[in-house]
Ligand binder design. Structure first.
Ligand code: COA
Length: 336
């Protein structure tokens, strides 16, 4: 992206929501053959939150996160022009964003879902920024939310230990270009490796009798952990460097590294490759595991609430995951 923008984009507010039920590693070891020691040392995860009970869906978490973001700045929901829900676990294949629009009373907003797995929130922020920068919309609600617990094979110890459920939201608004917060972005996809991480759709074996019409259903998360690990550690630093270079910035300009919260070892390895000290890493995955599209806005909201991020701090935000898709956004934080 070149900075030929007419409008700046500011992150006005953030919010997040996690389910009440938590499952720690010891409890996990009662479900599959594993241990706190194995999970902690391999991933840094200690516990995760799970959306339990019937009638509960990703929309419920997304609504709570969105309302929190709106309430923080006492914003009337009718001011929202666009809602983007980044999710891979909608409660309706036609999309869940419209349910959120209705529930929060964003009567003037158009709403749609965006599917890009763990990179979904980064893609959502970039998409929202485009609408704002070209003057189409003024206020956009971007939500990252996932309930992958519904798509996990709870007998597969190599995946069920990793994921948790959550939602995070951010409200973006146009501002003078001198105040612009979204400095640059860099996005990538390599579909050649999509099979390394997917929730595949499979046809039922028996076709519909008269039309040879095959119907089927989605299966569980399938992942080649080693390949995904290697991909993240090799590609994410390159994306960050490309993004910094095109702004004539260097890693020394970074105040905070906010990566998709997949695995503590990935966070540390990326920081190490870039020679960024570990105390600049924003991490909360020990409490929540990998919450897919929610992980970045959830960690951002917590960091903001803790008062970690100061005015004009430079945040490097990078997402990566299924697709395989990955990308970086560089943000100059403007105090809320
Ligand atoms: N508890 C105990 N043992 C387990 C286990 C678990 N939860 N899961 C796997 N194992 C076993 C394996 O069966 C294997 O045993 P074996 O050597 O007898 O066959 C052994 O541990 C090593 O498994 P391996 O898959 O090689 O472990 P790893 O060191 O690669 O770690 C991951 C596995 C999943 C933690 C790691 O590959 C990873 O984090 N990858 C990235 C995944 C990711 O972040 N995905 C989402 C991206 S958005």
């Amino acid at each position: 992206m070149k900075s030929s923008t007419t409008q700046g984009v500011k992150i006005l507010s953030t919010g997040s929501a996690v389910p009440h039920i938590s499952l720690n590693n010891d409890q996990m070891s009662e479900i599959v053959q594993t241990s706190d020691e194995w999970i902690s040392t391999r991933t840094g995860i200690k516990e995760r939150r799970l959306l339990t009970g019937s009638q509960q869906s990703v929309a419920d978490l997304a609504i709570v996160a969105s309302k929190k973001a709106l309430d923080k700045i006492s914003m009337d929901p009718s001011q929202i022009d666009l809602i983007i829900l980044a999710t891979s676990s909608p409660n309706d294949l036609f999309g869940s964003a419209s349910q959120i629009q209705h529930s929060i009373g964003a009567i003037n907003a158009v709403a749609f879902d965006l599917t890009a797995a763990c990179s979904g929130f980064v893609l959502g922020l970039v998409t929202a920024s485009q609408f704002i920068q070209n003057g189409s919309y003024c206020s956009v609600l971007v939500i990252g939310a996932d309930v992958l617990s519904k798509w996990i094979d709870w007998s597969d110890r190599s995946t069920c230990i990793l994921f948790g459920d959550a939602a995070g939201a951010a409200i973006l608004q146009s501002c003078p270009s001198t105040e612009n917060s979204i400095l640059n972005f860099q996005l990538n996809t390599d579909g050649h490796y999509s099979h390394h991480l997917s929730i595949p759709y499979q046809d039922d074996k028996k076709p519909h009798s008269f039309l040879n019409l095959h119907q089927g259903s989605f299966k569980y998360i399938s992942m080649n952990g080693k390949e995904v690990y290697k991909f993240a550690v090799s590609q994410v630093p390159l994306s960050i460097l490309k993004c910094l270079n095109s702004l004539n910035m260097s890693v020394n300009d970074i105040n905070w590294l906010l990566l998709h919260q997949a695995n503590e070892r990935i966070l540390n390895a990326v920081a190490e490759k870039l020679s960024i000290s570990r105390d600049k890493i924003i991490a909360n995955l020990s409490k929540y595991g990998n919450t897919s599209a929610a992980s970045i806005p959830l960690a951002l909201d917590e960091a903001v609430q803790e008062g970690k991020i100061a005015n004009n701090d430079v945040l490097v935000v990078a997402g990566f995951g299924a697709g395989l898709t990955w990308g970086t956004i560089i943000v100059r934080w403007k105090e809320l």
